[in-house]
Design a protein. Structure first.
Length: 214
């Protein structure tokens, strides 16, 4: 579950004012809106990468507004994937578990399981340089899922891949959400992605988030 209550945040001339919305547990919400409306800023506030000036962020009935990002129990896939350039794919996927000091056998098992699920087992020894856009997003998604988060945030995850790859990744995202029963908030400009994935359609406009009819 994701709940934003009266979130306000300002940077220069841009401001979000009293934004509120709910995403029920285990649903796939897609948030749309014009460029510059603050979609990415909202995602970063939920992640804890930005601190709201007012309001509260709730994840699974827990007020996480002042909790550090790593303790919020969520996974985040930014638009460019943000892979670590010097790490292998295997190390990328196991990163969060190493930070949590999980046992090596747990890390290895999780890496193998997610690599198989994302169809990237053959890439485990590779570094990000030379990977395609779709491969990078699969790695970023596996990394986000490794710590078994209850909430997954996706910021324009398909924007940098071609149409055929988008189709494959849409099916992967749908399957992943259903398999893990995870709450997803997916930011996009694409109506195609919205129609294919959303169980809840949200639109950010004039500082307010509206629920759109299917």
């Amino acid at each position: 579950m994701i709940r934003l209550q009266n979130i306000s945040w300002k940077a220069g001339a841009f401001a979000l004012e009293n934004v509120s919305f709910d995403v029920p547990a285990a649903s796939y919400a897609v948030l749309m809106g014009r460029t510059g409306t603050g979609k990415t800023s909202l995602v970063e506030i939920i992640c804890g990468l930005r601190s709201p000036h007012h309001g509260q962020v709730w994840l699974n009935n827990r007020d996480v507004t002042r909790i550090p990002p790593g303790q919020r129990g969520l996974g985040f896939v930014p638009q460019d994937g943000a892979l670590f350039p010097t790490m292998t794919v295997a190390d990328q996927i196991g990163f969060a578990l190493r930070i949590q000091k999980a046992p090596p056998n747990t890390i290895n098992a999780t890496v193998q399981e997610l690599a198989s699920e994302m169809a990237i087992t053959h890439l485990l020894d590779r570094k990000p340089t030379g990977l395609s856009g779709g491969e990078k997003q699969r790695v970023a998604l596996a990394r986000a899922l490794a710590a078994k988060p209850a909430v997954l945030l996706l910021d324009e995850p398909l924007a940098a891949v071609d149409e055929d790859t988008q189709s494959d990744l849409i099916q992967l995202l749908k399957r992943t959400q259903q398999q893990h029963q995870i709450t997803v908030l997916h930011v996009t400009h694409s109506r195609r992605e919205t129609e294919a994935l959303a169980t809840l359609r949200l639109r950010l406009e004039n500082h307010a988030v509206h629920i759109d009819s299917p």
